[in-house]
Design a protein around this ligand. Sequence first.
Ligand code: HEC
Length: 86
Amino acid sequence: MKQLLLELFLVFLALNLILLCGCFPKEPGERLINKKCTACHTTSRIYKKSRPDEEWDEIIERMIRHGATLSAQEKKTIINYLKNKY
Ligand code: HEC
């Protein structure tokens, strides 16, 4: 019984750590970027500086030409996320 309580407590601690460190991004745009935009460079390249809205459209088109695979919906989600963030 004690063992079970200890295990439950450890699971509880682990869950809290995961939530606190933000390892699971809440925004769908951020999750997509982590999944789709890190094959060729890290996200620091993406978040390095703020850009005007039009530039994000151009950059995403360029990334697709470089070989990024995005559905039309994913493209929209990522562009909207980046425009609102910067
Ligand atoms: C197939 C490889 C690849 C993927 C996948 C990729 N990129 Fe890139 N990215 C590059 C290359 C190569 C460069 C440098 C050349 C350039 O700027 O076009 C770059 C540069 C960038 C830059 C800097 C551009 C500048 O003008 O400073 C940004 C921002 C960026 N990528 C965003 C993204 C985003 C957002 C995604 C996800 C949709 C993504 N990348 C996915 C290859 C990729």
